[in-house]
Ligand binder design. Structure first.
Ligand code: SF4
Length: 101
């Protein structure tokens, strides 16, 4: 194997190790100012949702009791498929809210 090949191999292995390490680290929280968050009317605190804009919203609705929420019970935040690579707060809410069965 040439030195160049070894170098490329090491780079690839190094990058994938880094990527898997990053996947294990906690994902950043979704910011309410994110374009995707704005589009879905996401609020980090369900009690701060604009009642005029979302008349069907209630303060009992939050990510923790949403069918899409992937966070562990008791955790302050968790994943949501609508915000890939980021986490939503357990007490957050968005207009795609669907009550967990
Ligand atoms: S879809 Fe559900 S879990 Fe995801 S942000 Fe909206 S309310 Fe929270």
């Amino acid at each position: 194997m040439t030195n160049r090949r070894v170098f490329i191999l090491q780079s690839v292995i190094g990058t994938s190790a880094l990527a898997s390490g990053m996947a294990m680290a906690a994902a950043p929280l979704v910011a309410e100012s994110d374009a995707a968050a704005k589009g879905l009317g996401y609020a980090a605190d369900t009690t701060k949702v604009d009642a005029k804009k979302f008349p069907k919203h209630t303060n009992e609705q939050s990510c923790t009791n949403c069918a899409l929420y992937q966070g562990k019970a008791g955790a302050a935040s968790g994943g949501c498929p609508l915000f890939a690579g980021k986490e939503v707060t357990a007490k957050g809410w968005c207009s795609a809210y669907a009550k967990k069965a």
